[in-house]
Design a protein around this ligand. Structure first.
Ligand SMILES: Cc1cc2nc3c(=O)[nH]c(=O)nc-3n(C[C@H](O)[C@H](O)[C@H](O)COP(=O)(O)OP(=O)(O)OC[C@H]3O[C@@H](n4cnc5c(N)ncnc54)[C@H](O)[C@@H]3O)c2cc1C
Length: 811
């Protein structure tokens, strides 16, 4: 065994072996993998081997697509059969909402190059003659996916890795991981120690135990998952004898099950409610090829549904039942990327579709390790999308919920109820009393919209304009006409200070830092390739002190990024202020009048212009008031000590009574921001687009001196851009606005993709933000867009269709 290696990968399941393979393929041959037992002896060996391309997430979809392209090629490369059966994959729809989901998904698929076709019930019957097509509305089919032999594909990747110089140590257990004085990792095993630059944790059901070795609370707990294999069925055997093709994978999403042929019989896998979390304290030391006692009782309603759909399933006996552990995270997506707070420690954990995702996750993680950046926007799987609120107790609730929700309709406005409320701002009860219907972000409860009197405080989800739509639109109009109050306590906040703070931030951010005390700047952090990682509102508090605000959902990610770049000489200090500062936003033409009733501060435009912040007193509370907002109206963000939030809240409400002050929610905010073409991280701003493609020219200063991403951006600019962010007005909308990820067409050909879209209540039109080729970005260009299967005409409009001169913001 080597005592020194560049990378140690821990875990010899499909995921770990894929990382090893891809590192070696990228030319890092001095890499080793340590597996405590045999390869695949964790979850990998008993997986059903399905490779579903279907995924509503743009990131995960790309990882799945990579794997389905890559696995069959392994055979030629390594000589090892991977058992890939490209039998296709049908997903049934039993209602219109499900069809809407498939149409929205088809947009995602088109934009990442995945083929998906729509089927009528009769066509389903032709492809799957044993399927009863009663009650079907339609279906989709992925002709290119199917299933694979999980152990074989893992062994093939192991062969490919070894051929490139990588080494695999089986029957070797990692017992501890330490940081050396020289800044390397020391991986201790029961067979000796290995010093290395990077560690990759790919330990499946052991994720939390591995994390504990380095002080990480990894948000992964497995859930039990079962599938049933039947005896052969005469009809299936007869089809074989007649030389008919295998019937492929069949999924009845509304019944929460999947089925495929297996040696003349059928496999039925079920995602049922009531499946418990397992291995709460990790598997035992000797766990290997482990299965749990089957529990068919809790599968019964689904088995009945399956028999109703495929009567043949009920006509043969059960041959075998597999009940194994499947790793889960609260949102069901894996955890792929850097660990927070630790240098060169990488996570590839929490895979619930790990056979499908292994290829792509190994590919992107090795890009990240070797090149310093992934090439796919990995936001949806980044480990730092969770915070320290994701405790073991939280995970137990959320992971069981994620498991039973695998097949629920993935509505764009879905808000799951598990483990809530968890993090609440002090004004939570007041908002609730005012009719708030809450959603959740990064554990925080945030008011999505407000039910007016007489309307139930209950959410309704849809791919189309839902029951909340008119109320959110009214809230938005009210902000534009009067004044609104929004709780944004969930914002991530921090302070960066010290003699080196200015130089440090200047190198990290693409914009010039605000010079004047109190001045507010919008500053973006780019990655080394010139793509956009984060957006910070930066306020200068002193010559050597800055207050930074960023999206609540990205708190750990943004703060980790700052901390990891801080110089080691102690010249810069970081302080996380998220939980100690609350934020209330007042916005609308009457905002100044409202504010003047609760503060003595001079609020005149001259004394308090747009993009300025001042420390003032609101009623009795010291507040940092900043003239910025995300809705495009006159207004202030009020940052205050969190313990005084209700004092500020009550003062505003009392003072605003005769100004018709009303609360508004996140959904109204999103409607308002789209009319201003305001970009968001994770949609318009992404590492897949250069800052200039995303239209950040105003915020990027190439001539201010060096900063991360600058040189790459210059090179990218010289090479020319493929995309340009445009605002499109969409015509003939009746009940469905674009949700993002919609394909954009020109002359019948797909030329771009929407990043987001919404109804604009102030202009009473719908808008889309989209990436299109620069040649098609001129104002007035007519294009087309797909919204839930319907083509709409769209026209490129000037940026910020509402108040393009920002007169209202500056008023
Ligand atoms: C019944 C069932 C059916 C499934 N069907 C499918 C399917 O059809 N399609 C699909 O995509 N997915 C499926 N899955 C999920 C899939 O099995 C997993 O997502 C995948 O196997 C995860 O692979 P992994 O490499 O992350 O974990 P594992 O295969 O569990 O590998 C982790 C490895 O790490 C090793 N390890 C842990 N700690 C240490 C240590 N300290 N030192 C050394 N080694 C260590 C373990 O021994 C283990 O071998 C199914 C799961 C179940 C339970």
């Amino acid at each position: 065994m080597k005592s020194q290696a560049r990378v140690v990968v821990i875990g010899g399941g499909a995921v770990g072996v894929s990382v090893l393979y891809h590192l070696a393929k990228k030319g890092w041959s001095d890499v080793v993998l340590v597996e405590r037992k045999a390869l695949t002896s964790g979850s990998t060996w008993h997986a059903a081997g399905l490779l579903p391309l279907f995924n509503m997430s743009y990131s995960v979809g790309q990882l799945h697509k990579y794997a389905v392209d890559f696995y069959p090629k392994l055979e030629a490369e390594t000589g090892q059969d991977v058992g890939f059966s490209q039998v296709g994959n049908i997903r049934l729809a039993m209602n219109q909402d499900r069809m809407d989901e498939y149409h929205q998904y088809a947009g995602v698929a088109a934009t990442i190059g995945v083929r998906v076709d729509f089927l009528t019930p009769a066509e389903v019957g032709e492809l799957w003659p044993l399927c009863n097509i009663d009650g079907l509305v339609g279906a989709i089919v992925h002709p290119e996916d199917g299933y694979i032999q999980p152990a074989d594909v893992t062994q093939a990747m192991a062969t490919g890795a070894r051929q490139r110089g990588a080494e695999i140590y089986r029957n070797t257990t990692v017992t501890a991981i330490e940081r050396t004085a020289g800044g390397e990792w020391l991986v201790k095993t029961d067979k000796g120690d290995i010093t290395c630059e990077h560690v990759v944790s790919a330990t499946g059901n052991f994720a939390r135990q591995t994390g504990a070795m380095v002080g990480l609370d990894i948000p992964v707990i497995p859930v039990e998952h079962q599938y049933i294999i039947t005896e052969p069925h005469p009809e299936i055997l007869a089809r074989r004898e007649r030389g008919l093709p295998e019937m492929g994978v069949l999924r009845e999403s509304d019944g929460s099950w999947y089925m495929r042929e297996e040696r003349g019989g059928l496999v039925l896998g079920i995602y049922e409610a009531g499946a418990p979390c397992c291995y709460l304290d990790g598997p035992s030391d000797d766990a290997e090829f482990e299965l749990f006692q089957e529990d068919l009782e809790r599968l019964e309603p689904h088995i009945e549904a399956a028999i109703n759909r495929v009567p043949a399933f009920g006509e043969v006996g059960v041959k075998e039942v597999f009940n194994g552990a499947i790793a889960y995270t609260p949102d069901g997506n894996p955890i792929v990327g850097p660990a927070w707070d630790l240098p060169n420690f990488w996570l590839n954990e929490g895979h619930s579709f790990g056979i499908t995702a292994a290829g792509g996750a190994g590919w992107q993680l090795s890009e990240w390790i070797v090149e310093g950046e992934p090439t796919v926007d990995m936001m949806g799987v980044d480990p730092r999308r969770y915070g320290d609120y994701a405790t073991k107790g939280y995970l137990r609730k959320k992971n069981e919920e994620a498991y039973r929700s695998v097949f629920v309709i993935h509505y764009p406005d879905e808000e799951r109820g598990g483990a809530r409320p968890l993090r609440t701002a002090p004004c939570y009860d007041r908002l609730k009393a005012l009719g708030a219907v809450f959603g959740q972000k990064f554990g925080w409860e945030r008011a999505n919209w407000f039910a007016p009197e007489g309307v139930a405080q209950q959410d309704h989800w849809s791919f189309r304009r839902s029951k909340w739509f008119e109320h959110a639109a009214n809230e938005a109009r009210h902000v534009a006409e009067h004044v609104g109050l929004l709780d944004m306590t969930a914002f991530a906040k921090c302070r960066v200070s010290g003699p080196g703070a200015e130089a440090f931030l200047d190198y990290l951010l693409a914009n010039r830092l605000p010079k004047k005390l109190g001045r507010v700047g919008l500053c973006h952090a780019l990655n080394t390739r010139g793509g956009v990682l984060s957006e910070f509102t930066v306020m200068r508090e002193a010559a050597d002190q800055f207050y930074l605000v960023s999206a609540g959902a990205f708190q750990r990610l943004d703060h980790d990024w700052l901390k990891k770049h801080m110089p080691a000489d102690g010249s810069v200090q970081f302080q996380n202020l998220t939980n100690s500062i609350g934020v209330l936003v007042v916005a609308g033409p009457k905002a100044r009048e409202l504010m003047s009733r609760v503060t003595d501060a001079d609020l005149s435009n001259q004394a308090f212009p747009w993009l300025m912040s001042h420390d003032i007193v609101v009623d009795m509370t010291p507040v940092r008031a900043a003239r910025v907002n995300f809705v495009g109206e006159l207004g202030w963000e009020l940052h205050h000590p969190i313990e005084c939030q209700n004092q500020v809240f009550d003062a505003l409400v009392a003072a605003g009574a005769d100004l018709d002050l009303k609360p508004f929610g996140i959904r109204a905010m999103d409607m308002l921001r789209i009319e201003k073409s305001y970009r968001m991280v994770g949609t318009e701003l992404s590492i897949e687009y250069s800052a200039f493609e995303s239209g950040l020219q105003r915020f990027v200063h190439l001539n201010k001196g060096d900063f991360i991403g600058r040189d790459a951006l210059v090179k990218w600019q010289e090479k020319g851009f493929e995309n340009q962010l445009v605002t499109l007005e969409i015509h003939d909308v009746t009940d469905a606005d674009p949700l993002g990820n919609n394909p954009v067409f020109h002359g019948g050909e797909m030329v771009g993709r929407a990043t987001s879209g919404n109804y604009g209540p102030r202009l009473d039109k719908s808008f889309v933000l989209a990436m299109v080729p620069p040649a098609l970005a001129a104002e007035g260009t007519e294009l087309e867009i797909d919204v839930l299967g319907a083509r709409h005409k769209v026209t490129v409009t000037p940026e910020s269709p509402y108040d393009p001169e920002n007169a209202r913001l500056r008023s």
